[in-house]
Ligand binder design. Structure first.
Ligand SMILES: [Zn+2]
Length: 115
């Protein structure tokens, strides 16, 4: 019955992207509206990450904690040159599309959707 000592939901998990096999960090970031973040494992400086990001590709301030890496909202991006922490940026998957099935080809008729 051992419970993990870490606070619930904290910390990033290292894993491989199921689509392209790239090493990524996965974490729910944020307390009220948590985002399911998948970020490239490669660490950048805050300034480099800020230069790479765009509205659909956020970057995250990566803190080393006792329990492992922990991604945080990059509040430091207003002044990225002052942030001493490495940053990671959202993974842009180069693998095949997530769902091999197209929505229109399901044989189930509209009245038969099972949830
Ligand atoms: Zn991927």
């Amino acid at each position: 019955m051992g419970r993990p000592p870490a606070a619930a939901g904290s910390g990033a998990r290292r894993m491989r992207c199921p689509r392209c096999g790239f090493s990524v960090l996965r974490q729910l970031v944020g307390r009220r509206a948590a985002l399911d973040v998948t970020a490239d494992e490669g660490e950048l400086t805050a300034a480099a990450a800020e230069a790479l990001h765009h509205p659909d590709r956020l970057h995250w301030c990566l803190r080393a904690t006792r329990d492992g890496p922990d991604m945080r909202w990059a509040d430091c991006r207003r002044r990225p040159e002052t942030c001493p922490h490495p940053h990671v940026i959202d993974h842009e998957c180069t693998g095949p599309p997530a769902s091999p099935r197209r929505a229109r080809t399901t044989p189930v008729s509209d009245g038969q959707l099972t949830l």
